[in-house]
Design a protein around this ligand. Structure first.
Ligand code: HH2
Length: 270
Protein backbone atom coordinates (compact mmCIF):
# COMPACT_ATOMS: atom_id res chain seq x y z
CA UNK A 1 0.00 0.00 0.00
CA UNK A 2 3.01 2.22 0.43
CA UNK A 3 1.53 4.16 3.35
CA UNK A 4 3.64 4.80 6.41
CA UNK A 5 3.68 6.91 9.56
CA UNK A 6 6.52 8.59 11.43
CA UNK A 7 6.42 10.45 14.73
CA UNK A 8 9.37 12.52 13.47
CA UNK A 9 7.28 14.39 10.89
CA UNK A 10 5.85 17.00 13.29
CA UNK A 11 6.75 18.67 16.60
CA UNK A 12 3.88 17.12 18.58
CA UNK A 13 1.82 14.19 17.37
CA UNK A 14 -1.76 14.10 18.65
CA UNK A 15 -2.94 10.51 18.98
CA UNK A 16 -6.74 10.25 19.23
CA UNK A 17 -8.17 7.35 21.23
CA UNK A 18 -10.91 5.10 19.84
CA UNK A 19 -11.68 2.24 22.21
CA UNK A 20 -13.91 -0.40 20.63
CA UNK A 21 -14.61 -1.90 24.03
CA UNK A 22 -17.67 -2.21 26.27
CA UNK A 23 -15.62 -1.48 29.41
CA UNK A 24 -12.93 1.18 28.89
CA UNK A 25 -12.73 3.46 31.87
CA UNK A 26 -13.88 6.70 30.26
CA UNK A 27 -15.54 5.82 26.95
CA UNK A 28 -16.48 2.16 27.40
CA UNK A 29 -19.45 1.11 25.29
CA UNK A 30 -19.69 4.36 23.33
CA UNK A 31 -17.93 3.17 20.17
CA UNK A 32 -18.68 -0.54 19.87
CA UNK A 33 -21.00 0.05 16.89
CA UNK A 34 -18.95 0.16 13.68
CA UNK A 35 -20.54 3.30 12.22
CA UNK A 36 -20.31 5.16 15.52
CA UNK A 37 -16.64 4.26 15.86
CA UNK A 38 -15.86 5.36 12.29
CA UNK A 39 -17.74 8.63 12.75
CA UNK A 40 -15.91 9.28 16.03
CA UNK A 41 -12.49 8.57 14.49
CA UNK A 42 -13.25 10.89 11.55
CA UNK A 43 -14.35 13.56 14.03
CA UNK A 44 -11.03 13.21 15.88
CA UNK A 45 -9.10 13.55 12.61
CA UNK A 46 -11.11 16.67 11.70
CA UNK A 47 -10.32 18.01 15.18
CA UNK A 48 -6.57 17.60 14.59
CA UNK A 49 -5.56 14.02 15.41
CA UNK A 50 -2.56 12.83 13.40
CA UNK A 51 -3.01 9.18 14.34
CA UNK A 52 -6.00 7.17 15.60
CA UNK A 53 -5.21 4.58 18.27
CA UNK A 54 -7.68 1.70 18.00
CA UNK A 55 -7.98 -0.63 20.99
CA UNK A 56 -10.16 -3.70 21.50
CA UNK A 57 -9.23 -4.58 25.07
CA UNK A 58 -9.47 -2.36 28.13
CA UNK A 59 -6.38 -2.16 30.32
CA UNK A 60 -8.20 -0.60 33.25
CA UNK A 61 -7.94 -2.26 36.67
CA UNK A 62 -10.44 -5.12 36.87
CA UNK A 63 -11.23 -5.19 33.14
CA UNK A 64 -12.42 -8.57 31.87
CA UNK A 65 -9.98 -10.43 29.63
CA UNK A 66 -10.97 -10.50 25.97
CA UNK A 67 -10.37 -13.55 23.75
CA UNK A 68 -8.05 -12.99 20.77
CA UNK A 69 -10.97 -13.71 18.42
CA UNK A 70 -13.19 -11.11 20.07
CA UNK A 71 -10.37 -8.58 20.05
CA UNK A 72 -9.83 -9.21 16.33
CA UNK A 73 -13.56 -8.94 15.60
CA UNK A 74 -13.63 -5.58 17.34
CA UNK A 75 -10.62 -3.93 15.74
CA UNK A 76 -10.04 -5.36 12.25
CA UNK A 77 -13.20 -4.09 10.46
CA UNK A 78 -12.73 -0.63 11.95
CA UNK A 79 -9.06 -0.46 10.94
CA UNK A 80 -9.89 -1.64 7.41
CA UNK A 81 -12.55 1.03 7.09
CA UNK A 82 -10.37 3.83 8.47
CA UNK A 83 -7.33 2.79 6.41
CA UNK A 84 -9.45 2.76 3.24
CA UNK A 85 -10.33 6.39 4.01
CA UNK A 86 -6.64 7.28 4.40
CA UNK A 87 -6.76 7.65 8.20
CA UNK A 88 -3.43 6.72 9.87
CA UNK A 89 -4.15 4.11 12.55
CA UNK A 90 -2.18 2.51 15.38
CA UNK A 91 -3.24 -0.73 17.01
CA UNK A 92 -3.31 -0.75 20.82
CA UNK A 93 -2.76 -4.40 21.71
CA UNK A 94 -0.48 -6.69 23.67
CA UNK A 95 -1.16 -9.67 21.37
CA UNK A 96 1.19 -10.35 18.44
CA UNK A 97 -1.60 -12.09 16.49
CA UNK A 98 -3.85 -9.04 16.82
CA UNK A 99 -1.01 -6.67 15.90
CA UNK A 100 -0.27 -8.75 12.82
CA UNK A 101 -3.91 -8.85 11.67
CA UNK A 102 -4.27 -5.12 12.37
CA UNK A 103 -1.24 -4.36 10.21
CA UNK A 104 -2.74 -6.56 7.51
CA UNK A 105 -5.90 -4.45 7.79
CA UNK A 106 -3.89 -1.24 7.36
CA UNK A 107 -2.55 -0.22 10.80
CA UNK A 108 0.71 1.73 10.46
CA UNK A 109 1.93 1.67 14.09
CA UNK A 110 1.90 -0.88 16.94
CA UNK A 111 1.16 0.42 20.45
CA UNK A 112 2.14 -2.23 23.00
CA UNK A 113 1.37 -1.50 26.66
CA UNK A 114 3.58 -4.44 27.61
CA UNK A 115 6.62 -2.77 26.02
CA UNK A 116 7.60 -5.38 23.40
CA UNK A 117 8.41 -7.93 26.12
CA UNK A 118 7.01 -10.71 23.93
CA UNK A 119 9.61 -11.76 21.30
CA UNK A 120 6.72 -12.65 18.96
CA UNK A 121 5.52 -9.02 19.10
CA UNK A 122 9.03 -7.82 18.28
CA UNK A 123 9.03 -10.17 15.29
CA UNK A 124 5.71 -8.79 14.02
CA UNK A 125 6.90 -5.19 14.32
CA UNK A 126 10.26 -5.87 12.63
CA UNK A 127 8.65 -7.98 9.90
CA UNK A 128 6.17 -5.22 9.06
CA UNK A 129 8.70 -2.40 9.34
CA UNK A 130 6.30 -0.24 11.37
CA UNK A 131 7.07 2.10 14.29
CA UNK A 132 6.33 0.80 17.79
CA UNK A 133 5.18 2.59 20.92
CA UNK A 134 6.99 0.88 23.79
CA UNK A 135 5.26 1.55 27.10
CA UNK A 136 6.46 0.91 30.65
CA UNK A 137 4.26 -1.25 32.84
CA UNK A 138 5.68 -3.11 35.84
CA UNK A 139 4.35 -6.43 34.50
CA UNK A 140 3.08 -7.78 31.18
CA UNK A 141 0.14 -9.16 33.19
CA UNK A 142 -2.29 -6.26 33.63
CA UNK A 143 -3.68 -7.65 36.90
CA UNK A 144 -0.15 -7.73 38.31
CA UNK A 145 0.59 -4.30 36.87
CA UNK A 146 -2.31 -2.67 38.67
CA UNK A 147 -1.44 -4.47 41.94
CA UNK A 148 2.14 -3.21 41.83
CA UNK A 149 3.24 -0.72 44.45
CA UNK A 150 6.43 0.98 45.47
CA UNK A 151 9.36 2.20 43.40
CA UNK A 152 12.59 3.40 44.99
CA UNK A 153 12.84 5.90 42.13
CA UNK A 154 10.05 5.61 39.58
CA UNK A 155 11.81 7.65 36.87
CA UNK A 156 15.04 5.64 37.19
CA UNK A 157 13.04 2.39 36.88
CA UNK A 158 11.08 3.66 33.86
CA UNK A 159 14.30 4.82 32.14
CA UNK A 160 16.01 1.50 32.94
CA UNK A 161 13.14 -0.56 31.50
CA UNK A 162 12.60 1.61 28.42
CA UNK A 163 16.35 1.76 27.74
CA UNK A 164 16.63 -2.02 27.82
CA UNK A 165 13.57 -2.50 25.58
CA UNK A 166 14.87 0.18 23.22
CA UNK A 167 18.23 -1.60 22.89
CA UNK A 168 16.50 -4.90 22.16
CA UNK A 169 14.17 -3.27 19.64
CA UNK A 170 17.01 -1.51 17.84
CA UNK A 171 19.13 -4.66 17.72
CA UNK A 172 16.17 -6.56 16.29
CA UNK A 173 15.74 -3.87 13.64
CA UNK A 174 12.60 -1.97 14.67
CA UNK A 175 12.45 1.00 12.31
CA UNK A 176 11.23 3.62 14.81
CA UNK A 177 10.63 3.43 18.56
CA UNK A 178 8.55 5.80 20.67
CA UNK A 179 8.90 5.38 24.43
CA UNK A 180 6.09 5.91 26.91
CA UNK A 181 6.38 6.03 30.73
CA UNK A 182 2.94 4.40 31.10
CA UNK A 183 1.13 6.94 33.26
CA UNK A 184 -1.30 5.14 35.59
CA UNK A 185 0.07 1.65 34.97
CA UNK A 186 1.06 0.38 38.44
CA UNK A 187 1.87 3.94 39.50
CA UNK A 188 0.77 5.97 42.52
CA UNK A 189 -0.42 9.57 42.46
CA UNK A 190 3.09 10.67 43.43
CA UNK A 191 4.67 8.44 40.78
CA UNK A 192 2.53 9.99 38.04
CA UNK A 193 3.34 13.52 39.22
CA UNK A 194 7.05 12.70 39.47
CA UNK A 195 7.08 11.27 35.93
CA UNK A 196 5.53 14.44 34.50
CA UNK A 197 7.90 16.64 36.50
CA UNK A 198 11.02 14.68 35.48
CA UNK A 199 10.02 13.67 31.94
CA UNK A 200 13.19 15.38 30.62
CA UNK A 201 15.24 12.51 32.07
CA UNK A 202 13.54 10.11 29.66
CA UNK A 203 14.64 12.32 26.72
CA UNK A 204 18.18 11.08 27.29
CA UNK A 205 17.10 7.82 25.63
CA UNK A 206 17.16 9.75 22.36
CA UNK A 207 13.78 8.88 20.90
CA UNK A 208 10.35 10.50 20.88
CA UNK A 209 8.33 10.27 24.11
CA UNK A 210 4.58 9.67 24.15
CA UNK A 211 2.53 10.54 27.23
CA UNK A 212 -0.96 9.20 27.86
CA UNK A 213 -2.52 10.87 30.87
CA UNK A 214 -5.96 11.40 29.34
CA UNK A 215 -8.78 11.30 31.90
CA UNK A 216 -6.79 8.98 34.17
CA UNK A 217 -7.66 8.44 37.80
CA UNK A 218 -4.79 10.51 39.23
CA UNK A 219 -6.28 13.52 37.43
CA UNK A 220 -9.58 12.76 39.16
CA UNK A 221 -7.75 12.71 42.49
CA UNK A 222 -6.00 16.01 41.77
CA UNK A 223 -9.07 17.81 40.40
CA UNK A 224 -11.78 16.22 42.50
CA UNK A 225 -13.68 15.23 39.32
CA UNK A 226 -15.08 11.71 39.75
CA UNK A 227 -16.53 11.30 36.27
CA UNK A 228 -13.64 10.34 33.95
CA UNK A 229 -15.26 12.03 30.93
CA UNK A 230 -15.26 15.31 32.87
CA UNK A 231 -11.47 15.41 33.21
CA UNK A 232 -10.51 16.90 29.85
CA UNK A 233 -9.27 20.23 31.27
CA UNK A 234 -7.05 18.37 33.74
CA UNK A 235 -5.83 16.16 30.88
CA UNK A 236 -4.89 19.22 28.82
CA UNK A 237 -2.93 20.65 31.75
CA UNK A 238 -1.03 17.39 32.22
CA UNK A 239 -0.25 17.06 28.53
CA UNK A 240 0.91 20.67 28.14
CA UNK A 241 3.31 20.09 31.03
CA UNK A 242 4.46 16.89 29.31
CA UNK A 243 5.09 18.69 26.02
CA UNK A 244 7.03 21.42 27.81
CA UNK A 245 9.14 18.69 29.38
CA UNK A 246 9.89 17.03 26.05
CA UNK A 247 6.91 14.87 25.02
CA UNK A 248 6.65 14.53 21.23
CA UNK A 249 3.29 12.74 21.28
CA UNK A 250 0.19 12.75 23.46
CA UNK A 251 -2.56 10.12 23.52
CA UNK A 252 -5.89 11.83 24.18
CA UNK A 253 -9.68 11.47 24.14
CA UNK A 254 -10.45 15.18 23.65
CA UNK A 255 -8.51 16.00 20.48
CA UNK A 256 -10.22 19.35 19.83
CA UNK A 257 -9.37 20.70 23.27
CA UNK A 258 -5.77 19.54 23.08
CA UNK A 259 -5.27 20.93 19.56
CA UNK A 260 -6.61 24.28 20.74
CA UNK A 261 -4.29 24.33 23.77
CA UNK A 262 -1.27 23.26 21.74
CA UNK A 263 -1.80 26.09 19.26
CA UNK A 264 -1.28 28.57 22.09
CA UNK A 265 1.73 26.71 23.47
CA UNK A 266 3.29 26.59 20.00
CA UNK A 267 2.85 30.34 19.50
CA UNK A 268 4.35 31.32 22.86
CA UNK A 269 6.86 28.62 23.65
CA UNK A 270 9.17 28.84 20.63
N1 HH2 B 1 -3.20 4.08 28.33
C1 HH2 B 1 -4.28 3.31 28.12
C2 HH2 B 1 -4.31 2.43 27.02
N2 HH2 B 1 -3.27 2.36 26.15
N3 HH2 B 1 -1.15 3.11 25.46
C3 HH2 B 1 -0.07 3.88 25.65
N4 HH2 B 1 0.96 3.83 24.79
N5 HH2 B 1 0.01 4.76 26.72
C4 HH2 B 1 -0.98 4.86 27.64
O1 HH2 B 1 -0.84 5.65 28.60
C5 HH2 B 1 -2.15 4.04 27.47
C6 HH2 B 1 -2.19 3.17 26.34
C7 HH2 B 1 -5.45 3.39 29.04
O2 HH2 B 1 -6.36 4.36 28.63
P1 HH2 B 1 -7.69 4.11 27.79
O3 HH2 B 1 -7.39 3.52 26.45
O4 HH2 B 1 -8.43 5.39 27.74
O5 HH2 B 1 -8.54 3.10 28.67
P2 HH2 B 1 -8.77 1.53 28.60
O6 HH2 B 1 -7.46 0.85 28.71
O7 HH2 B 1 -9.69 1.27 29.77
O8 HH2 B 1 -9.43 1.19 27.29
Amino acid sequence: MGRSFSFLDRAVTIVGIVNVTPDSFSDGGRFVEHDTAVAHALRLVADGAHLIDVGGESTRPGATAVSPDDELRRVVPLIEDLASRGVPVSIDTRRPSVASAAIGAGALVVNDVTGLRDPAMLEVVVGAGVPAIVMHAPSADMTETHRHSGYVDVVAEVVRFLGAQLDTAREAGVSEVVVDPGIGFGKSLDDNITILRRLDEISNLGCPILVGASRKRFLGTLSGVDDAAGRDAASIAAHLIAVQHGAAAIRVHDVAGHAQALSVLRAVDV
